[in-house]
Design a protein around this ligand. Structure first.
Ligand code: NAP
Length: 284
């Protein structure tokens, strides 16, 4: 849908803001989720009676674990669809708490918020940092990772989720243990086993897994966070090399690292007068 903002939100006398809310309306927050941090934020905001929030999911997995509160599922339909949604739901602030490798939704969100002059709080958890005993081989793309492990011809623990497994489809010289929440579709490498599991994973279990499958290499995204870090710790302890796919750049706006910082930023944003659009824009 291509909705002209001016058609929907005539700003009349400065009493309403550009999304048509009166100053005493309860602020409505859209949390773009799919991460533990987004769920944690929802849990923290659930007890507040001075705001409302909606958690949004792409709908990638068939048995999702939804956070507390109101949830919507499915893509918005690109930038225009997102703009329409933000207007329709009278959203006051968007919190982008999507995964560090989910680039498309973040770019669309930046564009939509910029067009509406809507505050955006972008949460990106810090990257994992290489420790002294880590054996990391850092790569930019999944294709680089695939070429590297195929040349090594060993047994590979592919722990990147299911969306990018196709990049390893032509790796005929290595064997793969593919772990994902749901079975990957599309082309898979010739020699593989699929392990359907959902994190978080504990260190003891990860050590056992790496030993049981005699793993020679791990392929991981540098996702950050604690939920899947135990495989990196286990690799360090067993001195197994990790092929680490570096993060894409997904934000052009300043970001915060933690849920606590999001809550602080929301508190500041929500106490500003809504009719002063310039202030809202300056926050980005
Ligand atoms: P993506 O490439 O950035 O997004 C592709 C499209 O999916 C977006 O353009 C949007 O569709 C829709 N979408 C994504 N996140 C959404 C959300 N929270 N609410 C509504 N629609 C959303 O994302 P992705 O890498 O496919 O990841 C999809 C979701 O899984 C993300 O929300 C992310 O947080 C979560 N996740 C991703 C990874 C990963 O490694 N990529 C890992 C764990 C969790 P429209 O254009 O139609 O709006």
């Amino acid at each position: 849908m291509n909705t002209e903002l001016s058609e929907l939100n005539p700003i009349s006398d400065g009493i309403e803001d550009r999304l048509g809310r009166s100053p005493d309306a309860i602020p409505r927050i859209l949390i773009l989720g799919g991460t533990g941090e987004a769920a944690e934020l929802a849990a923290q905001l659930a007890s507040r009676n001075d705001l409302e929030f909606i958690s949004s999911f792409a709908g990638r997995v068939s048995c999702p674990k939804y956070p507390i509160g109101v949830v919507r599922v499915g893509g918005f339909g690109g930038i225009e669809g997102l703009i329409s949604y933000l207007i329709m739901e009278s959203i006051s602030v968007v919190v982008d708490a999507t995964h560090p490798f989910a680039v498309g939704i973040s770019r669309n969100t930046e564009a939509a918020c910029a067009r509406l002059g809507l505050p955006l709080v972008a949460l990106v958890r810090p990257t994992w940092q290489k420790q002294k005993d880590d054996l990391w081989h850092e790569v930019i793309t999944y294709v680089d990772a695939a070429e590297f492990v195929n040349k090594k011809r060993g047994r590979v623990f592919l722990s990147i989720g299911r969306q990018e497994v196709g990049s390893f489809a032509a790796c005929n010289d290595a064997w793969f243990l593919i772990r994902a929440i749901e079975a990957p579709t599309g082309q898979l490498p010739q020699h593989h086993e699929i392990l359907l599991q959902r994190g978080p994973f504990d260190l003891k279990g990860e050590l056992q897994l790496l030993r049981d499958y005699s793993i020679d290499h791990i392929v991981s995204k540098n996702s950050g966070g604690s939920g899947t870090y135990t495989k990196i710790e286990a690799a360090r302890l067993l001195q197994i090399p990790v092929v680490m796919v570096e993060r894409p750049t997904k934000h052009t706006v300043p970001t915060v690292d933690t849920v606590g910082e999001v809550v602080t930023e929301l508190a500041e944003l929500l106490t500003r007068p809504v009719q002063d659009e310039k202030q809202w824009k300056d926050v980005k």
